[in-house]
Design a protein around this ligand. Structure first.
Ligand SMILES: NC(=O)c1ccc[n+]([C@@H]2O[C@H](COP(=O)([O-])OP(=O)(O)OC[C@H]3O[C@@H](n4cnc5c(N)ncnc54)[C@H](O)[C@@H]3O)[C@@H](O)[C@H]2O)c1
Length: 399
């Protein structure tokens, strides 16, 4: 029988999140055969630092490596479509970062190509894999808080607060037409669909660009870097620093979310509260090992992550006993353990629980509706094409 240690993988992109992928893959026992950077020289330097056997010259070189069965795409958003199509065409399983693509038209192509290939495909919505978010999914979809009525929250960061802050995400041709929504809002929107088991069907969005010109360094910039470049050029900014969005869910629940990359002091603050007919549940990414359960007629509770006290999905995602905090990097290992069970088995199982390209596409459809709503200044329905609906319902069914 094949084991996870028999599987070889390669990672495209060696920046902030590519490094997290390499570390998580090693932790679960996958052989990381090599990495691909933006140039052979950058890739080679990162391979040395990470202790990875080789750096590939280009994607074709990577796809010629017979030891690579799975490719992780952690390059900027504009490369997700062409790289992932090439990977699937070469018969390799693929894990692609969020947002899945630049638009729903692109992500639709990825869903179709993945379905035609019969290969394992995963969208890296890793935040689902905090053990307590898996537990919340079991609790809420199992009716544990009653019918879901209100879904509220925020995702705030501050790393693009200053006009001297720069990253490829600010360029629509690299990051997409939506920036704060596509970059971090995508996590919150996917997470709420996952925890509630309800898809978003309509949105009313306002987008705000407070910093209308920024100083782009003439050299490369690392994500989350606070270094200040001495030589810059001034660029007009077209994408949103912040968004405020009203939501309607399939079951009639209402929601509201604020998204910002310019909230001083908020480094990476994702919060949600889901109010049901009987109880409420709330979680904060900056205190990921506890979840608040609100009640009307008995005392509220705080559940500290503990495999012995969580449902089966929470237990499966937890790698450490209660009292031993699991954080951002751990979610990647928990997600990849679920994905690689299918890789070892040779293809996607009908009972897969991890987020697939169908989920990534569904989130892109919500993003497109948000952009349209902000442009028109009114409510916009999320338009789902029939095949995507079938794929998403199948996903919902198997969970
Ligand atoms: N799941 C998460 O929590 C999470 C967090 C951060 C980023 N992301 C996603 O990961 C992706 C990368 O983000 P990042 O923050 O790591 O960016 P980054 O700028 O830190 O890294 C991007 C990497 O891609 C490489 N690259 C650029 N062009 C390339 C090419 N043609 N071929 C191969 N590699 C190339 C760059 O050299 C760099 O190493 C984005 O899609 C982003 O949305 C996800």
């Amino acid at each position: 029988m094949r084991r996870i240690a028999d599987v070889g993988a390669a990672v495209i992109g060696t920046g902030f999140i590519g490094t997290v992928h390499v570390e998580a893959l090693r932790r679960i026992g996958v052989q990381v055969r090599g990495v691909l950077g933006s140039t052979p020289e950058r890739g080679a330097a990162r391979a040395t630092t990470l202790g990875v056997p080789r750096a590939y010259d280009d994607l074709a070189d990577l796809l010629r490596d017979p030891l690579v069965e799975v490719v992780h795409v952690t390059s900027p958003n504009d490369l997700h479509l062409p790289q992932t199509l090439a990977i699937l065409a070469a018969g390799r399983h693929v894990v692609c970062e969020k947002p899945l693509a630049m638009s729903a038209a692109e992500s639709r192509q990825l869903v179709d190509a993945a379905a035609a290939s019969g290969l394992v495909n995963a969208a890296n919505f890793n935040i689902r894999y905090y053990p307590l978010n898996q537990h919340a999914h079991d609790l809420v979809t199992g009716g544990g808080i009653g019918d879901v009525r209100l879904v509220t929250g925020r995702y705030f960061q501050d790393w693009l607060l200053l006009e001297s802050d720069w990253n490829w995400r600010l360029q629509p041709e690299r990051g997409g037409a939506l920036r704060a929504v596509g970059d971090i809002g995508s996590h919150w929107l996917d997470l709420m669909a996952f925890v509630t088991g309800e898809r978003i069907v309509a949105v009313m969005a306002e987008l705000a660009t407070f910093i209308e010109a920024r100083h782009q360094p003439t050299g490369p910039v690392e994500t989350f870097s606070t270094d200040r470049a001495s030589e810059t050029v001034t660029r007009a900014i077209a994408t949103e620093d912040a968004a405020t969005i009203l939501l309607r869910f399939e079951n009639g629940a209402r929601g509201a979310v604020s998204i910002s990359q310019i909230s001083a002091g908020r480094k990476n603050s994702l919060q949600y509260e889901i109010d049901g007919a009987a109880s409420s549940v709330a979680w904060d990414s900056e205190q990921p090992d506890q979840i608040w359960l609100g009640h009307r007629e008995r005392a509220n509770e705080i559940l500290i992550k503990n495999p012995a006290l969580m449902g089966p999905s929470g237990q499966a995602a937890a790698a450490l006993p209660g009292g031993h905090v699991e954080g951002f990097g751990d979610t990647f290992a928990a997600h990849f353990r679920a994905v690689y069970a299918d890789v070892v088995a040779g293809g996607p199982s009908s009972r897969r629980s991890y987020p697939t390209f169908a989920d990534g596409h569904d989130e892109m459809l919500v993003n497109d509706a948000i952009a349209e709503s902000a442009r028109l200044g009114r409510w916009v329905a999320v338009v789902r094409d029939p095949t995507a609906t079938a794929a998403a319902s199948q996903e919902a069914h198997v969970r």
